[in-house]
Design a protein around this ligand. Structure first.
Ligand SMILES: [Zn+2]
Length: 173
């Protein structure tokens, strides 16, 4: 029985791996199909080359998965997730100031900064967590965030003072 056109096309477009699998279970296939698979493997550089390509693509997949994992981790870091030192759960950041939403942009920036500076951590299962109890990495992350927040606050305050000075100059004229 000859191979029909559809089957031939399918075998011809099969991956190296699929061809290998086909030949490993050759009893399930027509002799013509197996012959075609063998010919294709030979045309593509032989069994060894095919196996090398398969190993190569597996390695690439593994590397890709690894890269994805690293990206995920980075994303988690960017989202500023802090872990509970006791149970490993995600900590909530609660701010003690809890003032109403600010209307102006500068006010919002200042509020965000103050919130960070006065915030504390809270674990759903273990309760409040002191910053000293955080893991060394989280403490470092937290210190960086606090520094950024203080910087933002200073810039806001300086900006407001400058604006007031400028306003004073305009009014006194
Ligand atoms: Zn906890």
């Amino acid at each position: 029985m000859a191979l029909d056109e559809v089957a031939r096309k399918r075998i011809e477009s099969a991956t190296d791996e699929a061809l290998q699998e086909m030949l490993a279970a050759r009893a399930d296939y027509l002799p013509e199909a197996c012959a075609l698979a063998e010919k294709l493997i030979a045309d593509r550089g032989g069994v060894e080359a095919a196996q090398r390509r398969i190993a190569e693509s597996k390695k690439q997949e593994a590397e890709e998965a690894e890269r994805r994992q690293v990206t995920e981790r980075h994303k988690a870091e960017e989202r500023k997730i802090y872990r509970c030192p006791k149970c490993g759960g995600e900590l909530d950041l609660t701010d003690s100031s809890n003032k109403g939403p600010s209307k102006s942009l500068v006010g919002a920036a200042m509020k965000a900064s103050v919130d960070i500076l006065s915030a504390s951590f809270h674990c759903k299962t273990c309760g409040p967590i002191k910053t000293e109890e955080l893991s060394p990495e989280d403490q470092k992350k937290w210190a960086g965030e606090k520094t950024a927040a203080s910087g933002c606050l200073v810039i806001c305050v300086v900006g407001i003072i400058l604006l007031l000075l400028l306003f004073g100059l305009v009014v006194s004229r």
